[in-house]
Design a protein around this ligand. Structure first.
Ligand code: SF4
Length: 125
């Protein structure tokens, strides 16, 4: 165990939409009985990329004692899931994450991905 950052899921706020499952690059978040859960803490690196896509604010990052992040296990988990990974695209230009860097953003109650080329236009209008 080590003190580190790790995702925290507020069960009261989670509506089970599943939007956070795919953005988690490590495969740490899964839906169980209609609620998002971190079943294996060693798969969560605490980077917080899942936070921006949650429509209810159920996700946050906390610092506490947890098993250390294991990059090799996270990689194996995602490889085992294979085609379960859904490639994300920019909601403005439609380009995918294989050709652009995508960031999560919130707009008019929606959680959306935007690429770094489209982001300036969203910021400056
Ligand atoms: S995105 Fe938020 S509300 Fe949806 S399953 Fe994940 S934690 Fe729950």
């Amino acid at each position: 165990m080590a003190r580190r950052q790790i995702v925290r899921i507020d069960e009261e706020l989670c509506n089970g939409c599943g939007a956070c499952v795919t953005p988690c690059a490590e495969g740490a978040i899964q839906l169980v009985d209609g609620k998002a859960r971190v079943l294996r803490e060693e798969l969560c690196d605490g980077a917080g990329f899942c936070l921006g896509v949650c429509p209810t604010g159920a996700l946050s990052i906390e610092e506490r004692e947890a098993v250390p992040f294991a990059a090799d296990l996270a990689e194996a988990e995602m490889e085992e899931r294979g085609t379960a990974y859904i490639r994300q695209t920019c909601h403005v230009c439609g380009q995918g994450e294989d050709s652009r860097v995508l960031l999560p953003c919130r707009n008019a109650g929606q959680s959306l991905w935007v690429c770094t080329r489209c982001l300036p236009a969203l910021i400056h209008g």
